[in-house]
Design a protein around this ligand. Sequence first.
Ligand SMILES: [Zn+2]
Length: 432
Amino acid sequence: MAVVLWIGVDDTDWAGGGCTTYVGAILIRRLSRLGFRLVGFPRLVRLNPNCPFKTRGNAAVAFRVVGGGVEAAVDAVRGVVEELAGMESEGTEPGAVLLEGEPDEVLRRFYWRALHEIISIDEGLRVAEKVGARVLRWKKGRGVIGALAAIGADLSSKTYELIAHRRPEYWGTVRQIDEESVYRMDEATRPLTFDNVDYETGEIRIAPHTPCPVLFGIRGVSPEAVVRAFRMVEVREPVAMVTVFETNQGTDAHILPMRVSMLRDGVSAMVEGTVVGKPRYDAGGHLFFKISDGTGTLTCAVYEPTRSLRHVASKLMPGDEVTVYGAVKLKPQGLTLNVEKIHVRRVAEIYMGRPPTCPRCGVRMKSLGSFQGYKCRRCGLRKGVEAVELRRVERGLRPGVYEVPPSARRHLSKPLILEDARRRPQASSVCF
Ligand SMILES: [Zn+2]
């Protein structure tokens, strides 16, 4: 029987370039030359987006191979990581994990914790020992945590990302991508692909702006969709490798349903509550509002780059029932949730009072001050406060789910467009 070997790698990125997906893609190809065969899709797993040590996207890579022994794989992993990781870069702490057989519940739980909490290297090492995994570390080797979590990842909800990598001689140069073709691709493949273009800013979202080896990445709901989209993008430079990853991106896996009293610094949560007080802008153009759920009151922040979401949030009024999604941070004003998505569940009916018109003269009466009633300027008729004329306020806000534009979205956040995308049958592996 073929021995299944899982390999996970993380934290090989460095600020000036480098990318764990590139290390993973090269490693898969090197192992294949040694007679190993990839089983299923390699995984690109995003972990706790609020982790203070994270490199750009806090992503780890894992994949499964058969057809060779652990020692040969260990040599290959060591060789590729030492060759490609930004070893001299401060903060780059590569780690790799090799596991014979399939991951169990222990690793599955470890993945969920790595998504929601900050885990120490020591704990990662203890878990690796417990499950009998082989660990390779460089420097402190913090990458062991992501490597283990990626192997244990629960991808019962998943999306795909096709990543095209560049040849080394092109790294750091302007990416030669025909932007018009990206718009056409988006038009033709959305919602089976998503976040290709930010129509609010007119920005192409598939290509990074860093000098890293990624030419572009296309996200979608099926391998077929991302491959079809890839073929529609016109590039004027050679593509070194194309790899389709399965991923927890766009699944909201990082979000935990929580009450206000349970929130703490660094979690990503969805919180149901009622708006209390009116939203207010600060000097920087950021919008703040508060919600209460009976266990406490939470400040919610909608930052300037979130554009249309901020416009929607500015229309909130006390009494509106909402569910907010986002990362919780400890700020001077207390725990604050940075809103990534808001579900307006019920829009409160709000009435404004104004003086009634005089029944004799037909002119608007004058208020005598709060709770003092009204008086007609012309004939002197008086009316009590109960005569107030109530007018329903036109809210200009509908129930529904509102989100940040693609340029402000976190990798793990589920875009609304995915609610519409139909699931397609899956291929077993796409790697070319
Ligand atoms: Zn009158």
